[in-house]
Design a protein around this ligand. Sequence first.
Ligand SMILES: [Zn+2]
Length: 154
Amino acid sequence: MSKEKRSTVHQALIEITPALEVSALFVVFFTFSLCEFSTKVSKNIKEGAGGVCEDCGTFVGRGNLIASHIYHSKKAKYDKEHNGMARCFSCEGVYHLRNADDPEMIGLSQKDNDTAVKSYLTRLTEKQLAEIFLNSKLKKSWENVLLRMKENQY
Ligand SMILES: [Zn+2]
């Protein structure tokens, strides 16, 4: 990507990401309040991946992997290894962002999915965000997430 194009992307990012100024407390709260596998299942999913994101194939190390739910409805099989995969923060954010306009598809409420999008995207570098927002559909979805969060105050 050219320098000029990247700086345009950064400018656009600055305009649409005021909500990224989120406190660490929020992230911690989110981590403990929503959608976690039990410790044992989470450990198995991460260890099985060997430090590699099972979505993009990047080695990020075990500490930077999330045991991600494929389907979030808290019914039978919720806490099973086959309902999970190891993802990096970027892929996890994109996964929730892709489903942001129809989160019921992955068993989440609008609020919970929007909160997940914000939580994971907040952990990314500007460069990672810029790459995600090169996809205009994802960028639009992110703008919608921010709009809903503002309108509904969550
Ligand atoms: Zn990944």
